[in-house]
Design a protein. Structure first.
Ligand SMILES: Nc1nc2c(ncn2[C@@H]2O[C@H](COP(=O)(O)OP(=O)(O)OP(=O)(O)O)[C@@H](O)[C@H]2O)c(=O)[nH]1
Ligand SMILES: [Zn+2]
Length: 368
């Protein structure tokens, strides 16, 4: 059955049976363009719009379909168009935080612009993925702090993260970089490849199988489309090299796409993200930064602010260099982001205060 090739399974079938009516069929969103969704179903493809009721009941943008979602549609106009009546529960979702209103732009330690404060919403970048390929290039794109962000969001998505370090052909200190990545990515499988030279692609193929959905995430230009082309073994996606000629240069993937691998499996290409603001649970953060939470538990006082207290394990580790200062800083930034997200840090004032206090603590730690 074609739907199975698209990733359909018993769970979705069950959910569908609960809501189906006459003429309703299931389909998977393969592309989103300006409020229209291209939906693939058993008999083909159609351009569908969200029904008024679904729109009316939506509380946030995450209640709208995203690429990879299974939706319940009713085909109209001889099947060329459709109306989306329902969204089947997601088994996973790679989400980021998007600002909706307010907030202020600040620069973080890496000079990256970020929006702090204001109100924000969850945006689902891709849904129902089994494996997340976090793609990072071994050129100027290489950034451990950004990688930590991606690992957190991927971990939180419910899918299995895999790190793909691309462009080994551009890197002359691979062993050193790999070691740095291994240090921050405990338990995550790491692959070093060159999509350009089709080097290491076979190892990635191992993750792609019947009914399995792999999503590729990473900054613009890291080689996501090139990797997918290798997996497809044909030039189905446009890659940067071709699109550079359109003079725009960046953000070359204009829409998200879900593609079928001829030998089985599904891949989702996502547009390069310039900034990834975390949308996460606190548990995921603590799990990924277990080394830090472990240290915190060793402080003499269990409510230690790692500021002036004696017997502080964090300060000692920073001083001795066993805890990387930037890793700690990134953890604290994300902890505040997540806290704000979950409403534990109430309003903007509390948020700014917390931020200020933390910056002071960090500054002090730096001068140890
Ligand atoms: N040297 C080298 N270049 C590569 C490699 N893989 C991809 N590239 C090049 O990097 C550029 C960007 O590749 P894309 O595949 O378009 O990158 P992308 O991640 O899909 O970018 P967006 O669509 O903007 O998100 C192209 O010029 C590719 O040819 C590699 O392994 N080595
Ligand atoms: Zn402490």
């Amino acid at each position: 059955m074609y739907l199975n090739r698209l990733g359909w399974n018993e769970k979705f079938e069950e959910a569908f049976n609960n809501v189906k009516k006459e003429d309703y069929i299931p389909g998977r969103v393969i592309r989103e363009e300006k409020g229209r969704y291209i939906v693939q179903h058993e008999a083909g493809e159609c351009a569908a719009k969200v029904a008024g009721k679904l729109r009316y009941n939506a509380n946030s943008i995450s209640d709208f379909p995203a690429v990879g979602d299974w939706v319940v549609i009713k085909p109209i106009n001889n099947g060329e168009e459709g109306v989306i009546y329902d969204l089947l529960p997601r088994k996973s979702s790679f989400s980021r935080k998007v600002p909706v209103s307010g907030g202020r732009k600040v620069k973080d330690v890496n000079g990256r612009k970020m929006t702090f404060g204001g109100s924000s919403e969850e945006q689902v970048v891709a849904a129902n993925i089994d494996v997340v390929f976090i793609v990072m290039a071994l050129d100027q794109n290489f950034n451990l702090r950004r990688l930590e962000r991606y690992i957190l969001v991927a971990w939180n998505s419910g899918a299995t993260p895999v790190i793909v370090l691309n462009k080994i052909d551009m890197c002359d200190n691979l062993a050193e970089k790999l070691e740095q990545v291994e240090e921050i990515a405990t338990g995550v499988e790491i692959h070093c490849i060159s999509a350009l030279n089709k080097d290491g692609i076979e190892a990635l193929r191992e993750y792609v199988g019947d009914g399995i959905t792999v999503g590729l995430f990473g900054s613009s230009g890291v080689g996501k489309s090139t990797i997918i082309n290798c997996l497809l073994q044909e030039e189905q996606l446009l890659t940067g090299a071709v699109r550079e000629s359109d003079s725009k240069g960046r953000h070359t993937t204009t829409w998200r796409e879900l593609l079928l691998i001829p030998t089985g499996g599904i891949v989702i290409d996502t547009p390069g993200m310039r900034e990834l603001q975390v949308w996460s649970e606190n548990e995921a953060l603590d799990e990924i930064f277990e080394d830090i939470t472990e240290l915190e538990s060793q402080c003499k006082f269990n409510n230690c602010s790692h500021n002036t207290e004696p017997g502080c394990a964090i300060k000692t580790a920073l001083k001795e260099g066993t805890l990387d200062y930037e890793r700690y800083e990134n953890y604290k930034i994300m902890q505040i982001e997540v806290g704000y997200l979950q409403g534990r840090i109430g309003d903007r004032k509390a948020y700014s205060e917390k931020e200020r206090m933390y910056l002071k603590v960090i500054k002090k730690a730096k001068n140890l």
